[in-house]
Design a protein around this ligand. Structure first.
Ligand code: NBP
Length: 468
């Protein structure tokens, strides 16, 4: 094949599946992998007239029609720099290098600036959906220049998943690091929603003695309603699957790793100075889970109370459904506020309605609630408003608040940690409280450090000699 329409470097899980998706959609694709054997095996299995491999990077680059579109799907970090440095002497002005990995957006900004100086477009592009999404249609979040979007959009639209109305789950997110930033926040929301599902499982198990099969039934019921989502859908088989007579879920060690995008999202919130409690708490929940030996040891010294509740199982399930719904809305509200702030500070002009639309299909956090968010954003007639300011969102959250408070009370009384659900509620309460006790903090700070304070009754900065 001469003049491939697109080249792809990196044939591990994501690259191998994305290249098949691209070529299956009729785009002539050439692939390259550092370890040649992996490429030849791949082409033996999947190669066809639209999908070929090259052993040398030079031949690979030469076989792509100009302006070249070269997708990189290698391990995020140094490997991306290594591949870019190998490509620089081989590509020409106007060519496009697209990093579809889970790259930190600050690296993307640096690489964009470096390559711009050489006349090469660099596109940081978030791709969500894992192996299955990469093959059959992921959610695609491209950053980069508007020109590169124009060049690439036909392909992105062809290979992306569909939203609820049949549109493609892709849109130009914004310049520079915007695409990777939105993907990072997507993953942060993924952390929080997964943690909420885990907390719901834990409460049903420990407070009501529900078996995995019984909890699967509850989650199946949730998934048939407004909580319908990929994560609730896959929670059912995760609960039901057996290894011999034992449910696998019962023998999986309760330690969850955390690194990369969830942690970056929490750090971003701290760096930019914005509340992101559910996502941050979900990262900490995984950190806490990793101290298994300590927990086992300390559990003997801190016995948990017996639940003294008259709430029946059915009542509890109904309260839980409402809490999870509002909890998910709270997660999205937090994530979208972070994107909005970063977009303003970085000048990206990210369209939040479009973000909620392109997350409706292909990606891990795809959920029916995203259709509600897209509709609500659109109906507001405003450009990227704060979600909590929109009447429909207020109605949905207010409708669930009594149930949510009950669930948190019950979990606290039973000594069951629910950091994501609790902090989601705290986020709503803190964001909607007219007068917070920060006045007390300001008084204390001024006492010990003469940090000064502002007043509600007059302009200016004040200091008091408190000891007098
Ligand atoms: P990995 O992250 O496991 O990376 C393996 C690939 O990187 C192989 O092709 C390997 O080549 C190549 N590579 C490495 Br490592 N160092 C290299 C170097 N110095 N030069 C050239 N190639 C190098 O692959 P993945 O799991 O497919 O993920 C790819 C990207 O997509 C990552 O950023 C990941 O975070 C992101 N992502 C993954 C998923 C998922 O579900 N796995 C989902 C969404 C996003 P070799 O064969 O020669 O070792």
């Amino acid at each position: 094949m001469e003049n491939a329409e697109v080249g792809l470097i990196g044939l591990a899980v994501m690259g191998a599946n994305l290249a098949r998706n691209i070529s299956n959609n009729g785009f002539k694709t050439v692939v390259y992998n550092r370890t040649t054997e992996k490429m030849t095996q791949y082409i033996e299995e999947f190669g066809n007239e639209n999908l070929i491999g090259k052993e040398s990077l030079e031949d690979f680059v030469q076989s792509i029609a100009r302006p070249r579109k070269i997708i990189i799907l290698v391990k995020a970090g140094d490997a991306v720099d290594a591949v870019i440095n190998q490509l620089i002497p081989l590509v020409e002005k106007g060519d496009m290098i697209i990093d579809c990995g889970n790259t930190n957006y600050r690296d993307t900004i640096r690489r964009t600036n470096d390559l711009n100086e050489k006349g090469i477009h660099f596109i940081g592009c978030g791709v969500s959906g894992g192996e299955e999404g990469a093959l059959n249609g992921p959610s695609i979040m491209p950053g980069g220049s508007p020109e590169s979007w124009e060049e690439m959009k036909e392909m992105w639209k062809a290979i992306a998943a569909d939203d609820f109305l049949g549109g493609p789950c892709t849109a130009h997110i914004g310049e520079g690091g915007a695409g990777h930033y939105v993907k990072m926040v997507h993953n942060g929301i993924e952390y929080a929603v997964m943690q909420m599902i885990a907390e719901a499982y834990d409460m049903l198990k420990k407070m009501y003695g529900q078996t995995p099969d019984e909890i699967a039934k509850v989650f199946k019921r949730f998934n048939e309603g407004r909580l319908n989502s990929f994560l609730f859908e896959i929670a059912v088989p995760v609960l039901l699957k057996k290894d011999g007579s034992a449910h696998i879920i019962d023998v999986i060690l309760d330690k969850a790793g955390q690194k990369g995008t969830g942690k970056w999202t929490a750090i971003e919130a701290l760096d930019r100075g914005i509340g992101l409690s559910s996502i941050s708490e979900s990262v900490f929940a995984r950190v806490n889970s990793s101290y298994k030996e300590d927990r086992v040891h300390l559990a003997r010294s801190f016995p948990k109370p017996e639940l003294q509740s008259e709430t029946t199982l059915e009542e509890f399930i109904q309260l839980l459904e409402q809490s999870l719904y509002a909890g998910m809305l709270s997660c999205y509200a937090q994530g979208f506020e972070l994107i909005k702030l970063a977009s303003t500070e970085e000048g990206w002009k990210v369209n939040l309605s479009e973000v909620s639309r392109i997350w409706q299909g292909g990606c891990i956090i795809r959920a029916e609630v995203l259709q509600f968010l897209t509709d609500t954003y659109k109906a507001s007639g405003k450009e990227s408003p704060k979600l909590l300011e929109l009447k429909e969102i207020q109605k949905a959250i207010n409708g669930s608040l009594p149930a949510w408070r009950d669930i948190i009370c019950l979990s606290v009384q039973a000594g069951i940690p629910t950091p994501a659900l609790t902090s989601g509620l705290q986020y709503i309460d803190a964001s909607t409280t007219e007068r917070l006790p920060a006045n007390m903090i300001q008084g204390l700070r001024d006492y010990f450090g003469a940090h000064t304070y502002e007043r509600t009754d007059k302009e200016g900065s004040f200091h008091t000699d408190w000891s007098e």
